[in-house]
Design a protein around this ligand. Structure first.
Ligand code: FAD
Length: 349
C-alpha cells in the first residue's frame, strides 16, 4: 500500500504543479498516470509546440514546461505510479481513500486530487480477434523501456509520428524491425519519413505498405503475425507486435466514482474545487464550474487554492499564515533549502 498526504490522479501540468504547492505546505504527494511519462497533453500531444500564455514565459515548448515542472517539484520527492490507470476508489473507516489501479497497485491518502484532464489516454487498439489474449505477452501499445526489444524481432504498426519515431529508434536496438502501414503515405514529420526510407534502403527496417496486420499467432505469447498485402496473407515471425495508432482520452473509470458529472467533466465548487465527495477535489481540465477555462494557468490557480483547503483539512485548528516564497524560502523534503539573500539591515541614526 502506497501512503501519502495527497494522492493526485493525473501527472499533467496541473498534477505536477500540485506537488510544488503541496510541498510548500509540507504535504507529500503521489501521482498516478495511465501514461508511462509525466506531462499529460503537453507530453503526449504537443511536446514540441511552443506555448505563449504561461505567465513569465513569453514562449516555452510544452515538453520543456513539463521538464521545468518536474524539476520544480523534485525537491518535494513526489512518488509516481506511471503506466497504470486509477480504477476504483474506496472510502475507509478513518475517512481516507484507497485508490486501486488496473494493475492492482493500491494507494491510500486522506485527500484525493483528480487532475485527470480530458481523461485517461487509452490506446486505440486494432480490431484483431484475439489481441487481448496477447496483451503484455508480446503485444504492447506503449513503449516504456526500449531495452525490452534489444536483439528481438519487432513488428510496429501505424503511420504517425510514434510509429515512425519508434521504428527509427528500434532499428538500432532490435534484431529486426518491420513497419506495417495501411497506406503508402505517412502522417509523420517529413524528416522522419525520409529517415525511415533511408533505413529501408540500408536493410535496417522492413517496410510493408499498404498492408494491415490481421492475425496474431503463438500458444502462450506472440510468435508471429499475419499481414494482408495486395489481397495475400503473409506470415512474419516476431517476438513483439506494437500497434501505435494513437491515444483517445476517456474519463473512464472516474466516471463511476459517484462524482457529479456534467458534459464529461467533474462538477466542483469555486471556493476550493472540491467535488460532491468531501476530501476529493478535481482540478485542471477535468473539472467544470461557471466560467471554466481549460487553460494550463487556470489549472495552476486551482491547484494552489485546493492545496490550501487540503492543508486545513489535514491540520484542523492549526493556524496557517500564507507567506511569499521570497520571504519564507523553500525547505525541500530532500533537505535542500532555497532562500533569497538577506537584506542588509542598516540602522538609521
Ligand atoms: C494541441 C494543444 C495545444 C494546447 N495549447 C495550449 C496553450 O497554448 N495554452 C494553454 O494554456 N493550454 C493549451 N492546451 C490545453 C492544455 O494542454 C491543457 O489545459 C492542460 O494540459 C490541462 O492539464 P491537466 O493537467 O489538467 O490535464 P492533462 O494534461 O490532460 O493531464 C491529465 C493526465 O491525467 C491522466 N489520467 C486521466 N485519468 C486517469 C486515470 N483514471 N488514471 C490515471 N491517469 C489518468 C491522463 O493520462 C493525463 O496524463 C493545449 C492543448 C492541446 C491539445
Amino acid at each position: 500500500m502506497i501512503k501519502t498526504d495527497i494522492l493526485i490522479i493525473g501527472a499533467g501540468p496541473t498534477g505536477l504543479f500540485t506537488v510544488f504547492e503541496a510541498g510548500l505546505l509540507k504535504l507529500r504527494c503521489h501521482l498516478i498516470d495511465a501514461l508511462p511519462i509525466a506531462g499529460g497533453q503537453c507530453s503526449e500531444i504537443y511536446p514540441k509546440k511552443p506555448i505563449y500564455d504561461i505567465p513569465g514565459f513569453p514562449e516555452v515548448l510544452a515538453g520543456k514546461l513539463t521538464d521545468n515542472l518536474l524539476e520544480q517539484g523534485k525537491q518535494f520527492e513526489p512518488g509516481f505510479t506511471l503506466g497504470e490507470r486509477a480504477e476504483t476508489i474506496d472510502k475507509q473507516e478513518d475517512g481516507s481513500f484507497v485508490v486501486t489501479t488496473n494493475k492492482g497497485t493500491k494507494h491510500q491518502a486522506p485527500i484525493v486530487a483528480i487532475a485527470g484532464g480530458l481523461g485517461s489516454f487509452e490506446p486505440r487498439k486494432p480490431k484483431i480477434e484475439n489481441i487481448s489474449f496477447y496483451e503484455d505477452k508480446g503485444v504492447e501499445y506503449f513503449i516504456k523501456d526500449p531495452e525490452v526489444y534489444r536483439n528481438k524481432k519487432v513488428v510496429i504498426s501505424g503511420g504517425g509520428d510514434s510509429a515512425l519515431d519508434w521504428a527509427i529508434f528500434l532499428a538500432d536496438v532490435a534484431s529486426e524491425v518491420t513497419l506495417v502501414h495501411r497506406r503508402n503515405e505517412f502522417r509523420g514529420a517529413l524528416d522522419s519519413v525520409d529517415t525511415v526510407q533511408e533505413l529501408k534502403l540500408l536493410g535496417k527496417i522492413n517496410l510493408v505498405t499498404p498492408a494491415e496486420v490481421i492475425k496474431l499467432h503463438g500458444d502462450t505469447k506472440v510468435e508471429a503475425v499475419s499481414v494482408l498485402k495486395d489481397g495475400k496473407e503473409e506470415r512474419i515471425e516476431t517476438d513483439h507486435f506494437i500497434p501505435l495508432f494513437g491515444l483517445s482520452p476517456k474519463l473512464g473509470p472516474i466516471g463511476n466514482w459517484g462524482l457529479e458529472i456534467e458534459k464529461n467533466a467533474i462538477k466542483v465548487d469555486t471556493f476550493d474545487y472540491q467535488t460532491n465527495i468531501p476530501g476529493v477535489f478535481a482540478i485542471g481540465d477535468v473539472n467544470t464550474y461557471p466560467g471554466k477555462l481549460k487553460l494550463i494557468l487556470c489549472g495552476f490557480h486551482e491547484a494552489t487554492l485546493m492545496c490550501q483547503s487540503a492543508y486545513k483539512m489535514l491540520n484542523p485548528g492549526k493556524k496557517y499564515v500564507m507567506k511569499y516564497t521570497t520571504v519564507s524560502g523553500i525547505n525541500g523534503f530532500d533537505g535542500s533549502r532555497k532562500e533569497s539573500p538577506k537584506a542588509v539591515v542598516k540602522a538609521i541614526v
